[in-house]
Design a protein around this ligand. Structure first.
Ligand SMILES: Nc1ncnc2c1ncn2[C@@H]1O[C@H](COP(=O)(O)OP(=O)(O)O)[C@@H](O)[C@H]1O
Ligand SMILES: [Mg+2]
Length: 252
């Protein structure tokens, strides 16, 4: 078959007081791809993300990541295995600069090193170099000493991605990375996601369908908690059930 699946779910289900927000979902994400999870409001996308990153414990089903059953693990364990979700903007410290935020994130990855003055000195240099590299990678070089609170919405998102990348994830989950952005920020963020995806696997929820069309290798459409269709953009966008689900939810 040759398919290299990094993340797979089987019968994934989340029931809230008798209501199945996620219902028997089988999802397979191939290594090195950009996979989009789309669907009308209330389809269960965010709940799915919460299950995958273990913020929620599924009421049924299982999750495998890199040939390992992660169903019973805690969020921190999953993150340590390299499956990381981009944090909400609120996780960025608003009154620290872009560089400081990235450095803090890098230190979070490193903490546990025992203290040694000479080594600390060297660490600081390495840390600064690494932080600068990340700041450049997300296109924020000109804003390195800008306070996070003063960044435009799109650049805040870029910073959020930089602090997530600082954790060196193998697989990145992005929940609506373009939400609330203007055209320019959308284009810049799409370019950033494409660049970041070169060495990683990305699973993203995104409402902007032209972004989904241009970025995704594969798309899974959820509706009412279930997988409605799967394939490349050309295939799913022509699927009458998908069109119906979007129209039915008032997305036409
Ligand atoms: N903690 C919860 N308790 C009860 N119902 C919930 C909870 N979280 C989500 N839901 C419900 O599950 C459904 C799917 O929600 P969600 O995953 O946020 O959808 P999406 O992200 O696709 O818009 C919605 O009907 C929502 O109201
Ligand atoms: Mg959502």
């Amino acid at each position: 078959m040759g398919r290299d699946v990094i993340l797979a779910t089987q019968g994934l289900t989340m029931e809230f007081k008798g209501f199945r927000a996620v219902n028997n979902v089988a999802l397979e994400v191939e290594r090195g791809t950009i996979h989009a999870l789309i669907g009308p409001n209330g389809a269960g996308k965010t709940t799915c993300f919460n299950l995958l990153t273990k913020f929620l414990q599924p009421t049924a089903g299982s999750i495998r990541y890199k040939d390992r059953d992660i169903t019973g693990l805690k969020p921190a364990d999953v993150a340590r295995l390299g499956l990381v979700r981009s944090f909400q903007i609120s996780a960025v410290f608003p009154h620290f600069t872009v560089m400081e935020n990235v450095r803090i994130a890098l230190q979070r990855r490193r903490h546990g090193d025992s203290f040694d003055f000479w080594r600390a000195e060297k660490c600081l240099r390495v840390l600064n170099a690494e932080a600068l590299e990340l700041v450049e990678a997300v296109g924020l070089s000109d804003f390195a000493s800008t306070l996070a609170v003063e960044l435009s919405y799109g650049r805040k998102r870029a910073l959020e991605i930089a602090t997530t990348l600082a954790l060196d994830p193998e697989m990145l989950l992005l929940d609506e990375p373009m939400a609330g952005m203007g055209h320019e920020d959308v284009d810049r963020t799409a370019e950033l996601i494409r660049r970041v995806s070169k060495a990683r696997t990305i699973l993203m929820v995104e409402h902007n369908l032209s972004v989904v069309a241009s970025l995704s290798d594969r798309i899974t459409v959820l509706a009412r908690g279930q997988v409605l269709a799967e394939g490349d953009y050309a295939t799913v966008s022509k699927d009458p059930r998908v069109v119906e689900a979007y129209i039915g939810a008032g997305h036409a």
